[in-house]
Design a protein around this ligand. Structure first.
Ligand code: MG
Ligand code: MG
Length: 266
């Protein structure tokens, strides 16, 4: 069942979504060679707690951390670890917060130090595909229009693998609500987009094969061919004209540019 949100509820999702964006911006300033993803997880969790919110992922179906941090061939749901990041790593960070009864959920992929041209392109195309999806998130369109736009751009035009096993979703009082929002599909199919619908759009795009598997830790999803993957996620609300983006990459991108240990020319 889809829960359409009132204006007041949308503002509460926005508050949670922007808190996620601020947490990701803080991590954008903190990522460098030698830092561990467990240290990054602690930084984000402390920030969330300091802002009188809780980390949505911690304890979700038993997930033990505040953030999902997925390095290189890890696609999503990565466990933070004691491994130090090194130049060339591609790091996807997914954060959720719960505040005032509503969740925010957003993700961003960072390149540490010197990144290969092929990974730069993967990051750029994946981020662009998110906005191509959002462009189709229009009143009267269907979920399949968003899905098709992302798949067409990443898979058909760039030959990347679009993960089939994981999808975007509605969100609000629950972290994952109806409808599912896949990154692949047919135009004109799926749930109709109505005013007040809040969804997380999150392309998970692999450099190589679309196929993935579960790591031994029971959570981390990895690419079947060991090639890298990228993931960007915005929370949006369907409105009369164009979609209202509730999360923001502005502060993340500014911090990414300022942090000389991060690749920002992709
Ligand atoms: Mg997420
Ligand atoms: Mg999500």
């Amino acid at each position: 069942m889809i829960h359409y949100k009132s204006k007041a509820e949308i503002e509460l999702v926005r508050e949670s979504s922007l808190l996620v964006s601020d947490a990701l911006a803080l991590l954008a300033a903190s990522i460098k060679s030698g830092v561990t993803t467990l240290q990054l997880d602690k930084i984000a969790e402390e920030f969330i707690k300091d802002n009188k919110a809780s980390a949505s992922f911690k304890g979700y179906h038993g997930f033990p951390f505040a953030c999902c941090i997925s390095v290189n061939d890890a696609v999503v749901h990565g466990f933070p670890t004691n491994n130090e990041l090194i130049s060339g790593d591609v790091v996807s960070v997914d954060v959720g917060v719960f505040k005032n009864g509503f969740h925010g959920d957003s993700a961003y992929t960072f390149g540490v130090g010197e990144i290969t041209q092929e990974i730069k392109q993967l990051m750029r195309v994946t981020k662009d595909s998110l906005y191509k999806g959002i462009e189709k998130a229009l009143l009267g369109n269907r979920v399949g229009d968003i899905a098709y736009a992302i798949q067409d751009y990443t898979e058909k035009q760039h030959g990347y693998g679009v993960v089939r096993d994981l999808v975007g979703h509605g969100l609000g009082r629950s972290l994952h609500e109806d409808p599912q929002v896949p990154n692949f599909g047919k135009r004109g199919t799926g749930a109709k987009l109505r005013e007040g619908l809040v969804i997380a759009i999150e392309p998970m795009i692999n450099l190589g094969t679309k196929d993935v598997f579960h790591d031994k830790d029971g959570w981390t999803i990895r690419t079947a061919d060991g090639k890298p993957s990228a993931h960007y996620e915005h929370d949006i609300c369907i409105q009369k004209d164009k979609a209202d983006i509730l999360s923001s990459f502005t502060a993340i991108e500014a911090a990414e540019k300022l942090n000389t240990e991060l690749c920002s020319d992709y």
